[in-house]
Design a protein around this ligand. Sequence first.
Ligand SMILES: *[C@@H]1O[C@H](CO)[C@@H](O)[C@H](O)[C@H]1NC(C)=O
Ligand SMILES: *[C@@H]1O[C@H](CO)[C@@H](O)[C@H](O)[C@H]1NC(C)=O
Ligand SMILES: *[C@@H]1O[C@H](CO)[C@@H](O)[C@H](O)[C@H]1NC(C)=O
Length: 505
Amino acid sequence: MDPRLFPWLSLLCCLSVFGHEPPGARADSAPSAAQTLVWGPGLETDIVLPARYFYIQAVDNSGTNLTKSPGEKTFEVKIVSPVEQFTRIWIQVLDRQDGSFLARYRMYATYSDLHIHVLLRNKHVANSPFILKGTVHHDGCDCPQPSGSVWEAHMHCPQSFPQIDRDLSLFPSVDPDRIAHEIPQRFGQRQSLCHYTVKDNKVYVKTFGEHVGFRIFMDAILLSLTRKVKLPDMEFFVNLGDWPLEKRKPTEKIHPIFSWCGSNNTRDIVMPTYDLTESVLETMGRVSLDMMSVQANTGPPWSDKNATAFWRGRDSRQERLDLVKLSRAHPNIIDAAFTNFFFFKHDESLYGPLVKHVSFFDFFKYKYQINIDGTVAAYRLPYLLAGDSVVLKQDSAYYEHFYNELRPWEHYIPIRADLGDLLEKIQWARDHDEEAKKIALAGQQFARNHLMGDNIFCYYYKLFQKYAKLQITEPTVRNGMELVEQPTDDLFPCSCQRTRAKDEL
Ligand SMILES: *[C@@H]1O[C@H](CO)[C@@H](O)[C@H](O)[C@H]1NC(C)=O
Ligand SMILES: *[C@@H]1O[C@H](CO)[C@@H](O)[C@H](O)[C@H]1NC(C)=O
Ligand SMILES: *[C@@H]1O[C@H](CO)[C@@H](O)[C@H](O)[C@H]1NC(C)=O
């Protein structure tokens, strides 16, 4: 080939050698400091979260959003306080691989004024530095906003949550005096329950039943909330078991019971699961899998993901056994295996050998994620949705607080409760790759918009606020209740300006 006829050929060659561009990226798709977008709750003083966070969307000179990562270390975030020499703040910038980044930080002390610098090659990005004026509280600071409506406005909470309205619509009123007697009588012997009273923003509890270890999750969210906002006085019961309890028909005398999982056949009031709640409270703390970390670990891009459907888990339900059998019959379509046998007798000839635990982030090497109930709803669904694989969700009577807002074929691909159409649905996804990818991204968007820490705090608050309004007698600290104390191991206790000002009035 005569290069004089194709001068651009040699140019192309040199661009690819010297341009340092990842394959597929165009030369003009470098982020611009001026055009790049930065937004999110972590840029606001009054949105107190265990881990605060904000987003960075890389935008090039022409104003076009980047859709691929410009490199993990593209943006640098620094947080300083002009009046302190050191800030005890742990920062991470997570690359979401789609041209956007999630910057998160956990504060170990409270500061007055914070300056957040977002830098691109030492140049300020967008309106950086972002200034958080006034007292910026850390999560451990016991400094409740006295007005719930002011707090909700600061948090940008939605006016209502459809699931809360549905659940509470069955209870025209709640009589604390009555439930304080009747619920322990009805369930206290055989179930594990917590009876909570919140009075003057202090939390009191009495437990019923033997297995009450899971109360730590409920204690933790209540204490975290009462540090941030004054809760209404209220009295309520939390079911610490897996299964929802209130099986009476709505026309009978039903009792309000708060549970982590709801079902079509019960009338419990659902809350975000203890798993999701814990992951919010312990983001950048005790947990490694949370709604933010998962966004930075979604594996290869869609086109490079393995088109075998994937599942790992334990044997907590018959359909899980059926799924593994199906996988053994169709290994080119489904890779499903047990990591643990606990509920059923393990027959290796039927279910194969146990396989090693797979890191959750490695699930996203696969395009198709199968979500099947365990003892109740599978609490992994929020994290599966947050990835960029498409979820095939088993129809189920069990639900978490957000399932009823998900739409089949929009956010996930539905499969029958008995898995009878699973092979067919996987084939559909393989034959309709663009549609499947679109569903994957819609599910991801749902998770990003509805299942982050601020959404979870709003949900709990709204639930308590609406429930409290239904009470027709005075919530009371009952005999046998103990105070649930705020942790005292905080290294850097804060002085709460707000409470002090109020006390001095
Ligand atoms: C670019 O990204 C921002 C932030 O996600 C979004 O609001 C905007 O609609 C995007 N622009 C285009 C043209 O897609
Ligand atoms: C896809 O995954 C299956 C099951 O895990 C595996 O057997 C197969 O080799 C993988 N395919 C590719 C191309 O990696
Ligand atoms: C449970 O109720 C939902 C919503 O009404 C419905 O879509 C679903 O099919 C029901 N599932 C089962 C197994 O009852």
